[in-house]
Design a protein. Structure first.
Length: 340
């Protein structure tokens, strides 16, 4: 049994993949004699205004999944939600109905929008929303300042009447990532500050875990906030990550396509190189953030490539089981700290 105060774990997370990882992590944590204090720092670069309300897809996916009310089949939204409002908007041929919002999901977004207009910050609002359910995790927005992932389209994909710069949700959801993209940028990132509580949580962390979220559009907007990157590079906590790819493919979504567009090899080893070793094995390499990296057993041939970067690496089955008592993936990830 671990003596002393509870361990402090911080997770950098996007939406669907990060939420599933956090669900597995909390199940493991509840089974411990001395549960850890878990904080999730969640991407906000997917947030956008839509049909008059502020939508925070990643924050809501984490909230719903940990609360046990999320739609596991779709990977987002509330389970068994109705769409009466959306159907009525469609009957009016209102713009914006390409983004599906269930009625209860819309109610949360309406409440968030009301609180924003009353002057509350996103961190305070998120904490208030989280009070409804026993989550086992403190959820912190990576930043309260407006940042937005934008997608640059190839001229042929943009067409004569289409903009060459789309919001990420329009490209990802409305276009189903089908329009040819040439790159991503996060508007406002250079001016963004870490959200309330984020730096304090990172500075106090015993371990920092990178969830198996999309490295380009979910994790990079967090790491791209300069002060967060600086804290991670200097932290004494072990920084461990779980690859979002299984046999070179994402379980859901288009992470492999996003990697290729961003010029990152779409492989577990390629992602490890993108994050970089925090203590480079070769002099002259820029500092990264990773101490340990867990990849799927079907990608085990890439282990030597990851280790050559100066990153501790292991392979294991990393598809999350439905059985919440199966903690093998979490244990395999955390064991990387002991292997250093």
């Amino acid at each position: 049994m671990r003596a002393g105060p509870p361990e402090r774990i911080v997770v950098l997370s996007g939406g669907v993949g990060g939420a599933r990882f956090l669900r597995a992590l909390t199940a493991w944590n509840r089974a411990r004699p001395l549960p850890a204090q878990i904080t999730a720092v969640v991407n906000t670069a997917d947030d956008f205004w839509h049909i008059g309300v502020r939508i925070c897809p990643d924050l809501d996916s984490v909230l719903y999944t940990l609360a046990g009310v999320g739609d596991a089949e779709r990977g987002w939204g509330r389970r068994a939600d109705s769409e009466t409002v959306l159907d009525e908007l469609r009957a009016w041929q209102a713009p914006g109905t390409w983004f599906s919002l269930g009625d209860r999901d819309l109610a949360l977004s309406l409440f968030r929008t009301q609180l924003l207009r009353e002057g509350l910050g996103l961190a305070e609002i998120t904490a208030r929303l989280a009070e409804r359910w026993p989550l086992g995790v403190r959820i912190l927005p990576a930043t309260e300042q407006p940042i937005e992932t934008r997608v640059s389209l190839a001229p042929a994909a943009a067409g004569s009447d289409e903009p060459e710069d789309l919001g990420f949700q329009e490209w990802w959801v409305r276009r189903r990532a089908s329009a040819d993209a040439t790159g991503f940028r996060v508007a406002g990132l250079e001016r963004a500050h870490a959200g309330p509580g984020v730096l304090e949580a990172l500075a106090a962390a015993d371990r920092v875990l990178i969830a198996p979220s999309n490295p380009i559009v979910s994790i990079w907007p967090i790491l791209g906030i300069p002060v967060i990157r600086e804290v991670l590079e200097a932290s004494s906590a072990r920084v461990l990550g779980l690859s979002p790819l299984l046999a070179g493919r994402p379980v859901r979504g288009h992470a492999d396509r996003c990697l290729s567009i961003a010029g990152v090899p779409p492989s577990s080893a390629g992602i490890a190189g993108f994050y970089g070793p925090r203590r480079p094995a070769v002099a002259g390499l820029p500092p990264g953030i990773l101490d340990g990296w867990l990849i799927d057993e079907r990608d085990a041939a890439q282990l030597d490539e990851v280790r050559a970067l100066g990153i501790t690496a292991a392979a294991a089955p990393i598809l999350f089981p439905e059985d919440p008592s199966d903690h093998r993936i979490v244990r395999a990830l955390l064991a990387l700290a002991a292997d250093e």
